[in-house]
Design a binder for this molecule. Sequence first.
Ligand SMILES: Nc1nc2c(ncn2[C@@H]2O[C@H](COP(=O)(O)OP(=O)(O)OP(=O)(O)O)[C@@H](O)[C@H]2O)c(=O)[nH]1
Length: 364
Amino acid sequence: MEIDTPPSSSIDQQESSSSTTPKPNTENDKSPLPVCILVLGMAGSGKTTFIQRINAYLHSLHRPPYIVNFDPAVHELPYPCNVDIRDTVNYKQVMKQYNLGPNGAIITSLNLFSTTFDQLLTILNKNEQKHEHFIFDTPGQIEVFTWSASGTIITESLGATYPTVVVYIMDTPRSSNPITFMSNMLYAVSILYKYRLPFIIVLNKTDIIHHRFAIEWMNDFELFQQAIEQQHTYSSDLTRSLSLVLDEFYQNLRCVGFSSITGDGCKEFFDAVTDAKQEYDQVYKVEYDKWQKRREKRDKQKQEQDLKRLKDDLRDDGDHLIGHKNLNDIEDDTDDENDDESEKEDNEEKDDKQFEQYMKKVKH
Ligand SMILES: Nc1nc2c(ncn2[C@@H]2O[C@H](COP(=O)(O)OP(=O)(O)OP(=O)(O)O)[C@@H](O)[C@H]2O)c(=O)[nH]1
């Protein structure tokens, strides 16, 4: 069975608000839409520090971004934030009230926040002329965002409304172990295939270790095999097999070395964003529009089928009520009854006339 999913899917959220209707976004637009940069990554990979760095970089270019924080559990943010989930949902209260642990409370907070997401889209809409970039920080527990219903609603609603790029932050020093590297890449590929949005991998913390080894592992399968061969564990066998599968994924991957501490890689990162935005316009947006048309057609067909079924059901119910006669018969029966009635009236009239004639005869 063919499963027809959107390029980034459930868009019902933004259908409820006129301000969130997908907008045209061509190369010739006078004021192109801002790019949404959705920052994901494992706990401690440096998401928040990365956003602090790119925020400072954009400010230095006099192109300040609009920043939204989706992490309800963060203590302090090292950058000024325009919209903060913590202003809407109190994470500690959620824990107490619903008797939840930290991860459950983050998911519930995100769920609560996503119910007001159309309001955020309206705010973004009002700010789209003033900013070139909307940046989104996400919770450290990556699975809480990527595999939750609210994370999906948020990402897909953004993807349907604005050019959206998923940025996956990788901790480069930690990924210098081939098995950790492979685990990180598997996570990245699963997110890429889930959202199908343009994707950038940021190899962060290059001030500690240069990201060259990671690029070489991606470009040269043999080199990665050699690195794994030094590890004799069950997971190294698994990693060897998986690396074959990921070869295709590496081919079209945008990878940028970055240091959130020194700021190295800022320009390269924004070059990659420009490239990813083009991919959004040329591939994702086109696919999304096609999907939207297919969905409208399917909805119309479904409406027609429902209407037909309703008519059939009504007919069946009618049969049941009057003892296996259909609705047309009901009309026919009514006609018959009317006919009987008028025949009776005619007969009575005839009888009256005959009686009058008889009386006249008797009188004479
Ligand atoms: N040397 C170095 N340290 C970094 C870099 N980026 C982040 N860090 C450090 O890594 C640690 C984690 O950084 P955060 O920005 O809090 O990471 P995060 O992914 O937002 O963390 P969670 O929100 O807990 O998931 C901090 O101690 C940062 O100072 C970098 O580029 N180089």
